[in-house]
Every structure is written in C-alpha cells, then in structure tokens.
Design a protein around this ligand. Structure first.
Ligand SMILES: [Zn+2]
Length: 54
C-alpha cells in the first residue's frame, strides 16, 4: 500500500517537498520548519560566515 505523502512548499525556494525534507521544529504549528533542509543549511552557513567575518 502506498504511503500517504505529505508535502508542503518551502517558504524559501518555493519547491513542493515531502515533510521528510524539513527539519523538525516543535515551535511550528505543523511541527516542521517553514523552509527545507537544503535552504536551512544555506541559512546556517550564511549565519556562520557572517559571525566569522564580523
Ligand atoms: Zn527550500
């Protein structure tokens, strides 16, 4: 039996992705981040770079 695939659109890249592609975030109503793991990684990297260069 096919598993129900829950997806949502990433607020950053606007791509419809399965919830597995989003990190858990218990502060969000659906328990998942609003942006996907790939975008989150980018945000984290930029944040790190900014901290490093300041
Ligand atoms: Zn994304």
């Amino acid at each position: 039996m096919p598993r129900a695939k829950l997806t949502k659109v990433c607020q950053s890249c606007k791509v419809d992705k399965v919830l597995d592609e989003y990190n858990n975030n218990l502060t969000k109503p659906d328990g998942r981040n609003g942006i996907c793991k790939a975008c989150q990684a980018k945000v984290d990297k930029e944040r790190r770079n900014r901290l490093k260069s300041s």
